[in-house]
Design a protein around this ligand. Structure first.
Ligand code: SAM
Length: 212
């Protein structure tokens, strides 16, 4: 997702108390930031934050961090927090390539990837968020028995993501190629913005839940 540049979005982000800014990045410090020892779950590439804001509202006993690369998109998530502030949700503006600068070993309880950008050209495969290169980074920050959940309607990206698991040392607890047809997996499913859009067009939604 890339929105047109919005004048002043960088300034709003710089002033926002919902955002943990680069100068304050300190792996291992998240319990201090939230002021409690609740589990920390993150969405990488959260877009405008619909999914993570809804999850944080549903689960006040869990802390959430939404990560987004673009200021113009993060701005929308900040505006949502201004309308409905949640103490257990923070944001980081960053490229996920820098994730090890933000979270320490085993600090994260669960990782969500939703409708990640497909980067269809082979030479860009390493930029795909469910690629082996990224799984190796997630391996560091995710606690020992933690899980990663990935949803997308993009079948080539999903097939790629499934192929990356074994070489990276991960295995699937769940794989479905039609999430919305699976009553059990749909229990407690929180729809992302893209999930609403693409499922309403009739696209089946693929999902895996993986661990090491
Ligand atoms: N997760 C949301 C959803 O399901 O509605 C948004 C999906 S949108 C297609 C993908 C988002 O991931 C975009 O907002 C994009 O800017 C962000 N993104 C892509 N690559 C990223 C990266 N390397 N680091 C952080 N964010 C990234």
């Amino acid at each position: 997702m890339r929105l047109r540049n919005i004048t002043g979005s960088r300034e709003v982000i710089a002033d926002s108390r919902y955002v943990i800014h680069e100068e304050d990045w300190n792996p291992g410090s998240w319990q201090g930031i939230f002021g409690n020892a609740n589990p920390i779950r993150i969405e990488i590439g959260m877009g405008k934050g619909q999914f993570i804001h809804a999850l944080a509202k549903l689960h006040p006993e869990i802390n959430y961090v939404g990560i987004e690369k673009y200021s113009s998109v993060l701005l929308r998530a900040i505006q949502k927090m201004e309308e409905e502030e949640l103490p257990n949700l923070k944001f980081v503006r960053m490229d996920a390539e820098d994730i090890l600068k933000v979270f320490g070993p085993g600090e994260v309880d669960r990782i969500y990837l939703n409708f990640s950008d497909p980067w269809p050209k082979d030479r860009h495969a390493k930029r795909r968020l469910p690629s082996e290169a990224f799984l190796r980074r997630y391996d560091v920050i995710l606690k020992k028995d933690g899980q990663l959940e990935f949803k997308t309607d993009n079948r080539p990206l999903f097939d790629f993501a499934v192929e990356e698991l074994e070489p990276a040392g991960w295995k699937a607890d769940v794989i479905t190629y039609d999430l919305h047809a699976d009553e059990k997996l749909m229990e407690g499913n929180v729809m992302t913005e893209y999930e609403e859009k693409f499922s309403s067009m009739g696209n089946p939604i693929c999902k895996y839940i993986i661990r090491r």
